[in-house]
Design a protein around this ligand. Sequence first.
Ligand code: NAD
Length: 344
Amino acid sequence: MSIATELTPDGSPRILYLNRSDIAAVGGDHAELYVHALRRALVQHAAGEVVQPLKPYLRVGQGGHIADRIIAMPAHLTEPGVSGIKWIGSKHDNPGRAGLARASAVIVLNDPQTNYPVGLLEGSLISAWRTAAVTCLAAAHLARKNFTEVALIGCGVIGRTQIDALLEQFEQIAAVHLYDLDPAAAQTLADAITGAHPAATVRVAGSAEDAVRSGDLVVPCTVTDQPYLRFDWLRRGALLSNVSIMDVHKDVFLGADKVVVDDWDQSNREKKIINQLVLEGSFSREQLHAELGEVLGGGKPGRDSDDEIIVLNPMGMAVEDIACAAEVYARARQAQVGTWLNLY
Ligand SMILES: NC(=O)c1ccc[n+]([C@@H]2O[C@H](COP(=O)([O-])OP(=O)(O)OC[C@H]3O[C@@H](n4cnc5c(N)ncnc54)[C@H](O)[C@@H]3O)[C@@H](O)[C@H]2O)c1
């Protein structure tokens, strides 16, 4: 379905508003929709067929928490022909202070023919699931075949979605090892996983190191800006999907057999760990194995041996959000779900 400007009979442009329940009703709370839409988007990204400006971070004041910001993430994809932006806010203390999730977002979809807005979607559900689907796609190409052990550090919204998506996509997963600085968060997630996926064994680990040492696939989803995860904690053959970006010591990138990013330019900025290594002269684009879309499209190999330690640094890209939101929009149009809003 094309993303086209809609007019009411009296000539007002109208937009389709999809709240979280609408998005879930068309499959937006499961991995399948996202894996499908993302594979296509990431391959287009690697082929240079998307437009994706570097995302600006709106931060207020000096020296605030790393997770206190609003990020603007615009992108255009030629297939399926859509432009749009995710506007995603975050406050690290929302859960404790306000009883709210850390992140909130809206996504606006635009018709590239007119550049009019055509869709407005709740964005944090899509954001969490697309992030989980990136790990699923990476696991399919970069993890050991038939990996069975998953380690998760940080048991919030993003962590939970990672585990739900992985258990949906990989039936062979036997055990999930959880760690959170807040033991209650780890236990709450352990109970939720056991309830939803009774076939998997769930263990709350005594430390981050204990969890990481148990993982064939290791996924940090914290809000830290203090690296704690050391290279020598990783098993031979591990894949680390570095979702929360700042958890790993520099030696993880320097020791890994392959480093894969979603986008080099997005990874090499804002004093993130890769950017720090580049500024010090100890890492460069030449040492990068690939961008993820190159692996998915077959242009670069994925895992070559069971022994390799591979690190994926997924900064998170606007093309992912816009491609997934466009798929949700198309399914909602087909299912006649959502609320029309007139612009005039
Ligand atoms: N790469 C991407 O594309 C992408 C996309 C979305 C979110 N994220 C990142 O995912 C992270 C998690 O987001 P969320 O919404 O789940 O946050 P959240 O606040 O809901 O959960 C974070 C959890 O991590 C725990 N934690 C914090 N520091 C820790 C530490 N050092 N060790 C162990 N546990 C620790 C907290 O207790 C909390 O339970 C954020 O950093 C966010 O920026 C990345």
